[in-house]
Design a protein around this ligand. Structure first.
Ligand code: DX5
Ligand code: ZN
Length: 220
């Protein structure tokens, strides 16, 4: 059995009973809870703000609140999500057009005592994150275009996972390597073989009869 961590994405959960949904994946042993924040600008859809994170804090004590910001200016949202209870904040390389702004966002997240992640979209080359790697707690490889759940996995993610596995091992510091989009028991398995250690899964888990069974299959 591999030591992969699971990060169920609540994007596919039933928001009318979100507490119950979150408790179910917690009970099934999820290590992370993945929170997709969309602003209707960086991606077409809009989701939720810090109040949702705050609302689920009492139900997520044993999971890392993993906040994935798909927004135009992530730095502006850092304080709000940090105070609400996000324990890891990941922002997109593509949210900014220069490294100065990216460094500023990264430092702001760290200054709040929150873990920091950076993500790349499918069209961005993995070298883009190289200068930031030592300062990161997590790298998030997108295996779909960010914006919605239930899309098909893009196999171009595999070589990026391999690239980061090598780069992370070379710096000799623990950095989570997370993959997001189109994860099921087949694609998830291959990602882990390539070196990923956190799998995000939304539609593969939520909406099904047995979350525990779905999660067990992802760990195989
Ligand atoms: C997509 C989000 C994902 C999404 C994944 O932009 O970042 O976290 O919930 O959904 P599935 O697992 O259904 O592809
Ligand atoms: Zn996500």
């Amino acid at each position: 059995m591999s030591s992969v961590s699971l990060a169920p994405s609540i994007l596919s959960a039933d928001f009318s009973r979100i507490e119950e949904e979150v408790l179910k994946v917690a009970k099934a042993g999820a290590e992370f809870i993945h929170l997709d924040v969309m602003d209707g600008v960086f991606v077409p859809a809009k989701t939720f703000g810090p109040e949702l994170v705050q609302r689920i804090v009492p139900f997520t004590a044993n999971m890392l609140r993993d906040t994935h910001l798909m927004v135009e200016d992530p730095e502006a949202l850092v304080d709000g999500f940090a105070s609400a209870g996000s324990q890891l904040i990941t922002f997109h390389y593509e949210s900014y057009d220069n490294d100065e702004k990216r460094w500023s966002c990264l430092r702001r997240i760290k200054s709040k005592g929150v873990k920091v992640g950076m993500s790349i979209k499918p069209a961005t080359s993995p070298e883009a994150l190289e200068p930031f790697l030592r300062e990161l707690d997590l790298v998030l490889v997108m295996s779909v275009e960010p914006g919605k759940g239930g899309q098909a996995f893009m196999e171009s993610a595999f070589s990026k996972i391999a690239y980061y596995r090598k780069a992370i091992d070379a710096i000799g510091k623990h950095v989570y390597l997370e993959v997001d989009g189109g994860i099921n028991e087949k694609t998830g398995r291959i990602c882990v073989d390539f070196g990923a250690d956190v799998l995000v899964a939304g539609s593969y888990i939520f909406g099904h009869d047995d979350y525990e069974d779905r999660m067990a299959r992802l760990r195989k």
